[in-house]
Ligand binder design. Structure first.
Ligand code: ADP
Ligand code: 5GP
Length: 189
């Protein structure tokens, strides 16, 4: 089948990974996570082929040349992330819809490409200060990486209006309940 695409985008630290994990646990027979390819180093408990396909820069550039990506970005300087066409097709073949956790530019790129088959959701934190607190609280990035993420985040917060829906992530339970409804409504259309 040609399924749908549910895209969660936001600046790093807004809570999209947390919300996407919640949805995957809630609707395991309806949606599946699009595993992106990246050149960044594996972090903490991440697993190759589950969280990301961790590949070398050489392999990433080769796959760009082979036109294997539906979108890719150099999200942070020297670090590439991208969605493989084969990943979307693999998931559709299982009869499920695809759910994405992807940066703002990448999310808008997919929306432009897939139109009404895609729902682009912007996850909005209460403020930049709260986002910074969450990023620090997550404790996964060095101070240098953190500063890079914060600089990018303050710019990306201004992109919210370009999305189909803005999902406020203030209280996590409420955000997850609203996300469930958005996804169910969209995939049952
Ligand atoms: P992203 O995927 O957008 O970078 P994460 O899902 O990793 O963000 O969330 C960043 C941090 O904020 C995590 O430590 C997560 O547990 C926490 N977090 C997410 N949503 C909320 C919320 N509504 N209230 C408080 N903390 C949250
Ligand atoms: P992280 O390093 O925190 O896992 O991800 C950094 C950023 O890259 C996040 O905003 C994440 O959503 C984004 N990202 C992950 N996969 C992709 C992808 O395939 N394409 C794009 N454009 N961004 C991605």
């Amino acid at each position: 089948m040609q399924g749908k695409l549910v895209i969660f985008s936001a600046p790093s630290g807004a809570g999209k990974t947390t919300i996407v994990h919640h949805l995957l646990n809630k609707f395991p027979d309806k949606i599946q996570f699009s595993i992106s390819a990246t050149t960044r180093q594996l972090r903490g408990a991440e697993v190759h082929g589950k969280d990301y396909y961790f590949i070398s820069k050489e392999e990433f550039l080769h796959r760009i040349a082979q036109k294997e990506f539906v979108e890719f970005e150099e999200v942070y300087s020297g670090t590439f992330y991208g969605t493989l066409r084969s990943e979307i097709e693999r998931i559709w073949q299982t009869g499920k819809h695809v759910i994405f956790d992807i940066d703002v530019e990448g999310g808008l790129h997919l929306k432009r490409k897939y139109g009404d088959d895609a729902l682009a959701i912007f996850v909005q934190p209460p403020s930049l200060d709260v986002l910074i607190e969450r990023l620090r609280g997550r404790g996964t990035d060095s101070e240098l990486k953190l500063q890079e993420r914060i600089a990018k985040a303050s710019k990306e917060l201004g992109y919210a209006d370009k999305f189909d829906v803005i999902l406020k992530n203030y209280e996590l339970d409420e955000a997850c309940a609203n996300a469930e409804k958005l996804v169910l409504d969209f995939i049952s259309q």
